[in-house]
Design a protein around this ligand. Structure first.
Ligand SMILES: Nc1ncnc2c1ncn2[C@@H]1O[C@H](COP(=O)(O)OP(=O)(O)OP(=O)(O)O)[C@@H](O)[C@H]1O
Length: 308
């Protein structure tokens, strides 16, 4: 199957910092692909190179066979971009924002009207088509940005953290739109939400320091952790005290806390007894074994929380 994206030895430096370090990747057409990594890993820099906003210092990047360096115009014709910020034109209505995009891509009036109305319907904004984006909720603005990126029927859609800052219901709505597009284009997204990558994507790359750390489906990445010993531990009291104790054990490989609930992975089963001996049972409400998640894989590989 042909590649939608082909990156070979892609490198980008900012002064002495190598943000993207000889990065290579092939993404097949029709894939929903996620690029994950901690803050500063190099994800946005890669998207900016692929969308022709930034020139690489070395290496090549092809989008649908076109070179981002030499054939920027052809690349821009084939891609849709949903940037991190909702950069809508606030002086244009929702509908006018989409019409403007169609004009920029040289679409004729008849084609534009049909396409714009179809997209407003798809993202559930038909009733608000004549309103200005400033009067929209964050979720509605995001949906409009997605619609705008789709006006010219791109073959590759780039989504840079498409659901950051959205409530769970709006996130689900964006996931549904993205999922409904998958048969007609290749989708490349970055996200800090592991559940998003898990639910949506066929293939995931986790990167850090400009390089690939691991590449595969969510299921395959989780298999890497099949031998990890992951537990959930809930305390009825003194959670701060226990957090200090847990963080001090050399065999606690990762530790995440939400209120009085701790998720931890241990180096081996034999670590459980010394752990229980040290913390006692007086303040433990529950302890249970749990399945590894994509978040465990991320922490294991990068040594960092998903968002710091
Ligand atoms: N224009 C720039 N000038 C200097 N340094 C930059 C520039 N753009 C990015 N960087 C640096 O390059 C590195 C990679 O940044 P990038 O924005 O690609 O990371 P990211 O993985 O997208 O992070 P985040 O998850 O926070 O968006 C960071 O150390 C960043 O500070």
């Amino acid at each position: 199957m042909a590649s939608a994206l082909s990156l070979r030895g892609l490198t980008k430096r900012f002064g002495s910092l190598t943000a993207v370090d000889s990065f290579s990747l092939e993404v097949e057409r029709g894939t929903i692909f996620a690029l994950l990594g901690p803050n500063g890993a190099g994800k946005t820099t890669i998207i900016r190179i692929l969308t022709t906003l930034l020139r690489p210092d070395a290496g090549t990047a092809l989008v649908e066979g076109f070179d981002v360096r030499q054939q920027g115009k052809e690349v821009r014709r084939l891609i849709g971009v949903v940037p991190q910020e909702n950069n809508l034109d606030r002086y244009l209505t929702a509908r006018e924002n989409l019409v403007m995009q169609a004009r920029l891509h040289g679409m004729g009036a008849a084609e534009t009207n049909g396409r714009v109305d179809e997209l407003l319907e798809l993202v559930g904004l038909t009733g608000r088509r004549n309103d200005f984006p400033d009067t929209f909720s964050g979720g509605m603005q995001r949906r409009l940005v997605v619609a705008r990126a789709l006006v010219h029927r791109p073959r590759v859609l780039f989504l840079d953290e498409p659901t950051t800052g959205l409530d769970p219901q709006s996130r689900r709505a964006v996931w549904d739109y993205v999922d409904s597009l998958k048969d007609s284009m290749t989708i490349f997204l970055t996200t800090h939400y592991m559940d998003e990558a898990d639910a949506l994507c066929d293939r995931i790359v986790i990167m850090d320091h400009g390089r690939v750390l691991v590449d595969g489906s969510a299921a395959r990445l989780k298999e890497r952790m099949a031998h990890a010993h992951c537990y959930e531990l809930r305390f009825r009291a003194n959670a701060d005290h226990y957090e200090t104790i847990l963080a001090g054990f050399p065999f606690v490989r990762s530790l995440q806390r939400t209120g009085d609930l701790f998720r931890l992975s241990l180096a081996g089963e034999e670590s459980l007894k010394p752990l229980m001996d040290a913390i006692g049972t007086d303040d433990i409400r529950t302890i249970c074994l749990r399945e590894p998640t994509l978040e465990d894989v991320f922490i294991e590989l990068t040594g960092k929380e998903v968002r710091e």
